[in-house]
Design a protein around this ligand. Structure first.
Ligand SMILES: [Zn+2]
Length: 90
């Protein structure tokens, strides 16, 4: 289980970063020196069996009747519990 929540951070010039944040910590962009502000939590909400942000690249269809997207880095569909086929074997 991944219990650390990831957040979406953004600078004034709309540079985005997804990472875990520590309480009271300030994150500054290395190139521009701008401070990142937290703009939202990233799905899945912690705790979750998945460690990847819910973006198109990290999701796939489970194949069950629910037709839900499930993270690629889990063995079982997070919606129906169905065992997912190994990656690359459609
Ligand atoms: Zn499913």
């Amino acid at each position: 289980m991944n219990e650390r929540q990831k957040y979406r951070l953004r600078t004034r010039s709309d540079k985005e970063l997804i990472r875990e944040v520590g309480p009271g910590k300030v994150y500054v962009d290395r190139e521009t020196g701008e401070e990142y502000a937290v703009v939202g939590k990233v799905l899945p909400l912690a705790p979750s069996p998945s460690n990847t942000p819910w973006t198109v690249q990290n999701l796939r269809l489970c194949g069950c009747s629910l037709e839900q997207l499930t993270p690629k880095d889990v063995n079982d569909c997070v919606h129906c519990g169905r065992r997912l086929p190994a990656m690359g074997s459609e």
